[in-house]
Design a binder for this molecule. Structure first.
Ligand code: PMP
Length: 398
């Protein structure tokens, strides 16, 4: 039976991680994997997370099942962190929230939910989008189509082309939007652009689906939710996938949430029953630990403040690295401008170099990034940023 299978190529990022690990060059730099790293190149456990874990260890009394929706307290907290305490969809009980195994779990459950609503659903994704969006959506046999998003030549959003493409979408089509810190481009929509999208989505009867995996790592915890909150204000139906992997540093604890906003309370209870039944059929119920940490932090004012301060420090450090990288590259006298890097948001930007140049950086300088030239900004530090800038400049000068 197993002989019917064909071997598949290794995931490019995981492959890159292996190559990086095996590289003996002491100057090696990993700009591939999208995790936050501190000045020492570590991905630390946040202090607030540590404190919450200590509290949980002392106070937890059971490991019994938690049910398909996960913890009610977590769902309460995470939906308020995203939409605000008083959002109408919460007050009107139009929202269903389920704790999921990470943002990927949320995306996968949402995809199955859409397929259950209509197996012929088309989902519009940005060109480019996060590579894993495609298998997560295709796993539910949804049809995927692209709208133009990032113009690598001009380092800008192709907003007019994006809107023209979405004008051709048909009622009931789903539009997947990155809530903030667009992965892979780092190019985020401004308020005016979000406003136009909201108008289009409502006018054409499209379903917005916001994936927000970096809340707090762009402009701020509230600022980063502008698009999600606006769409929740305006659209009768909507989906949200949120992740606590980056902003709580809970990567391996698999913590996230899927939110389904329905047109009214009666529909919401039908949506909820379907959502929970889908979850039951995939993984039955989510792991508890990560969400218990988030719930503990967000349910305690002092811990929330501690976490917010740590997150602010991470956000500011990423921004400072962005400025410094552009400055160091300019100091090398490179012809091309990299002034766009500090304008972009979150963990990623494209350097805008070709595959051969990416390979040269890896082979000759031990600087690792994915073929598209997307770099993870947090892989930089004051000890390697000049080396990266100089190596890049040498490669660009040929
Ligand atoms: N969406 C996007 C755009 C992401 O970049 C990520 C993390 N790389 C996720 C969702 C979900 O990540 P996780 O499953 O680790 O929470």
């Amino acid at each position: 039976m197993f002989e019917h299978l064909h071997g598949l190529p290794a995931d490019p990022i995981l492959n890159l991680m292996v190559q990086y690990r095996q590289d003996n060059n002491p100057l090696k730099v990993d700009l591939g994997v999208g995790v936050y790293k501190d000045e020492q190149g570590q991905t630390p456990i946040m202090q607030a997370v540590h404190a919450a874990e200590t509290h949980l260890l002392a106070s937890e009394t059971t490991k019994t099942y938690i049910g398909p929706a996960g913890s009610e307290g977590f769902c309460f907290q995470i939906s308020r962190l995203l939409l605000g305490n008083d959002h109408a969809v919460i007050k009107d009980q139009r929202i269903t929230v389920a704790q999921t195994p990470g943002g990927c779990g949320a995306l996968r459950v949402a995809a199955e939910f859409l397929a259950k609503c209509d197996p012929d659903t088309t989902v519009w994704v940005s060109d480019p989008t996060w590579a894993n969006h495609i298998p997560l959506l295709k796993g539910a046999n949804l049809t995927i189509t692209e709208y133009p998003y990032y113009d690598g030549e001009n380092k800008a959003i192709r907003f007019d082309a994006m809107m023209s493409a979405l004008e051709t979408a048909k009622s009931g089509d789903v539009v997947l939007l990155h809530g903030c810190c667009h992965n892979p481009s780092g190019a985020d929509l401004n308020h005016e652009q979000w406003n136009s999208i909201a108008e289009l989505v409502v006018r054409k009867g499209l379903i917005p689906f916001v994936d927000i995996a970096y809340q707090g790592l762009g402009d701020g915890l509230v600022e980063d939710t502008y698009g999600a909150r606006l769409l929740a204000d305006k659209a009768p139906e909507m989906l949200i996938a949120s992740s606590c992997s980056k902003n709580f540093g809970l990567y391996r604890d698999r913590t996230g949430a899927v939110m389904v906003i329905s047109a009214n309370q009666t529909q919401a209870s039908v949506s909820a029953s379907n959502l929970f039944s889908i979850i039951r059929g995939i993984y039955s119920m989510p792991p508890a630990h990560g969400a218990a940490i988030v719930e503990t932090i967000l349910g305690n004012e002092a811990l929330t403040k501690q976490w917010d301060d740590e997150l602010t420090m991470m956000r500011e450090r990423i921004l400072q690295l962005r400025h410094q990288l552009a400055k160091e590259i300019a100091a090398c006298g490179t012809e091309q401008s990299f002034a766009f890097i500090p304008e972009q948001k979150g963990m990623f930007s494209f350097l805008g170099i070709d595959k051969a140049q990416v390979a040269q950086l890896k082979d000759e300088y031990s600087i690792y990034m994915v073929d598209s030239s997307r770099i993870s900004i947090a892989g930089l530090s004051s000890s390697n940023i000049q080396y990266v800038a100089q190596s890049l400049s040498a490669v660009l000068k040929g």
